[in-house]
Write a protein that binds this ligand. Structure first.
Ligand SMILES: [Zn+2]
Length: 626
């Protein structure tokens, strides 16, 4: 280990409120030009097809990032989102992604951070990836490292098991233990490799204390395993679900906990990365001394055709814009009128009348939105250097009041900040979890745990003596929802509302049976059973075992109760759930799968009016007779 040139991190300018550093990665035995921190990695997908000639928005986004030498982050299991087969993964693994892209004249010189993809396993710890050469036993952490090295990661993160919100305590403790164990195993494995990627240990906790202990344990275990000289950083996970529910205060807690846990002597050489958050939280993170973060929101917002308007600090639908008031490197060359025309044209993969592809315009929006994040980051970096980060943060919050709660809460532990914000009144747009009456205590930390991942397919089954209600003459099977009970979820509500307005009280003739990815059929009478309320599981197309199990259970249901119904319909559009119902319809000729020809196998098709109308039409063949 000592004779190899090692990557490293050093703080160049430290202040109580943010720091400036230098992160150097080593590729092929040679150090690359140092990256200046704090920094932001855009999240990218590189294995989107069977060659680096992939299309869609990624083609144009990648080309731009590569040509501009922008470091990026990718999680190694993202190929699952593009339904690649194992032979395609083998092809990608033949050489580093960088070399693969050179084949199409794209020379990516900037560092590539490869995350483990633990997030993919969040609701699906038993996802079987053995056909991709990733074992699900105690070798999994090492198999992921091999994948990260094959793909040429300059920075890599250990395989972790993120904690969803309000996870049952015992399960959280077990997940933290496994994440920590994986990290040490991966470090020991990496030490003997010829490659020397910069290694990040993924850290998780449900509160500040957890995080402090976790990080303390990381340093202790590294020492005990003879790795005290091994350079590594800390990557804080489990933040993404928190951000989704705007629990900014808890994000702050976790970051403070991680900092508490770093031994004094390691503080200046240990970079802190925060996974999956950027945007309006950048100033807060940098103020707290976070050195890097990553975000995919620039892509997600662009997919929804939302442009981050710098003059109002808000996302704005592209079609509602009257002008572009931005001089970033992207917008300088964008003609808004041409963009709106192009995006309004039909067909996403064909050449438009202008000779360009629609995806190019989506990419422009994404890259502009990303530029806005860089702008925020650069402002904060300059402020840290000038010793004015507190002022910059407060000013930022004045125009972005949604993080005001987090700032006010932070002020309860930061006297200087407290004094400063006394002079400022924030307009609180939305209520946050911070409750001043509780004197800085975070009320949500005492929330009852509502999520358990330990449920198995056998935690719920339809009782042997079950009979569907006599009044129900139509069976309607639809996919489950993340929100529970199912009936209160957006998908179920929208659909049932449409059916109610089409059929009035006769909607009661329909027996709704939900296809749970974990349990198979769940008749509506069982929606409030505890295992149905509290499980958290998403069926993914690669989960063959679970797909088969669901198919069998639906078939059994039809065999047992099919004669109770005059009409049996399945309505599903997302790939994994539709696959189950397709399999069922192959063996049950009187089971009708709708929509007959969805344009895409996506959830968005679920809400499309022609598809819902097709369902209503089919239902009315029976309902109108009544
Ligand atoms: Zn711009």
């Amino acid at each position: 280990m000592t004779d190899k040139i090692q990557p490293g991190f050093e703080v160049q300018h430290d202040s109580e409120h943010g720091r400036i550093g230098k992160l150097t990665v080593v590729r092929g035995g040679k150090p690359l030009p140092a990256m200046s921190t704090p920094m932001l990695y855009p999240v990218v997908c590189l294995m989107t097809g069977v060659s680096p000639r992939g299309g869609g928005i990624w083609k144009y986004v990648l080309r731009n990032l590569i040509e501009n030498d922008i470091p990026s982050l990718s999680q190694v299991l993202h190929f699952l989102d593009f339904n690649l087969e194992s032979r395609h993964l083998l092809y990608w693994r033949e050489k580093p992604l960088r070399e693969r892209y050179r084949e199409v004249k794209l020379d990516y010189k900037a560092p590539l951070f490869l995350d483990s993809g633990g997030f993919k396993l969040l609701f699906n710890a038993n996802l079987d990836l053995s056909s991709y050469g990733i074992r699900s036993d105690e070798n999994q952490a090492e198999d992921i490292v091999d994948l990260q090295l094959d793909l040429g990661g300059d920075l890599v993160a250990s395989l972790d098991y993120p904690l969803p919100n309000n996870l049952d305590r015992a399960e959280a403790v077990e997940r933290m233990r496994k994440s920590l164990e994986n990290a040490i195993q991966a470090a020991l494995y990496l030490v003997d490799k010829k490659q020397t990627p910069y290694f990040y240990v993924c850290c998780h906790g449900q509160n500040r204390d957890d995080m402090r202990q976790y990080v303390g344990n990381v340093f202790q275990l590294m020492r005990e395993n003879g790795l005290s000289e091994y350079p590594f950083g800390l990557a804080i996970g489990s933040i993404v679900p928190l951000r989704g529910t705007r629990k900014y205060e808890q994000i702050v807690e976790l970051i403070l906990g991680a900092k508490d846990g770093i031994p004094e002597e390691n503080y200046a050489t240990t970079p802190i990365h925060v996974f999956g958050v950027a945007g309006n939280i950048i100033p807060l993170l940098t103020y707290l001394g976070v050195d890097s973060f990553d975000s995919s929101s620039y892509i997600q917002t662009a997919r929804g055709l939302n442009y981050l308007n710098p003059s109002i600090n808000r996302l704005q639908p592209v079609f509602e814009m009257e002008s572009i008031e931005c001089d970033c490197r992207i917008c300088r060359d964008v003609d808004l009128f041409e963009m709106q025309q192009a995006l309004a044209e039909n067909g996403s993969y064909r050449v438009l009348s202008s000779g360009r592809y629609k995806s190019e315009f989506y990419a422009d929006i994404a890259l502009h939105n990303l530029e806005m994040d860089y702008k925020t980051l650069n402002t904060m970096t300059a402020a840290i250097k000038a010793g004015e980060s507190m002022e910059a943060l407060v000013q930022y919050v004045e125009s972005n009041p949604e993080i005001g709660g987090a700032l006010e809460w932070l002020a309860t532990k930061d006297d200087a900040l407290k004094t400063r914000i006394r002079r400022t009144v924030f307009v609180r747009e939305r209520r946050t979890a911070y409750d001043p009456a509780h004197d800085g205590q975070l009320t949500f930390l005492t929330d009852e745990p509502t999520v358990k991942l330990s449920y198995t397919p056998d935690s719920f089954s339809i009782p042997e003596d079950y009979r569907p209600p006599r009044s129900k003459q139509i069976l309607l099977i639809i996919p489950c929802s993340a929100e529970k009970p199912y009936s209160r979820s957006r998908t179920h509500k929208i659909l049932m509302d449409r059916l109610l307005s089409a059929f009035g009280v006769k909607v009661n003739l329909i027996h709704k049976v939900t296809l749970s990815g974990l349990y198979g059929p769940v008749p509506e009478e069982f929606e409030s059973e505890e295992p149905v309320l509290k499980y958290e599981f998403r069926l993914v197309p690669q989960d063959y075992k679970q797909t088969l199990l669901c198919t069998q259970r639906i078939r059994e249901y039809l065999e047992k109760y099919g004669q109770n119904y005059d009409l049996k319909i399945g309505y599903a559009t997302s790939l994994a759930y539709r696959t189950v119902l397709e399999e069922v319809s192959k063996t049950n000729s009187d089971f009708i799968l709708l929509p007959k020809n969805p344009k895409k196998r996506r959830l968005s098709e679920f809400f499309r009016i022609p598809n819902i109308n097709e369902l209503i039409e089919t239902l009315s063949t029976v309902i109108s007779d009544k």
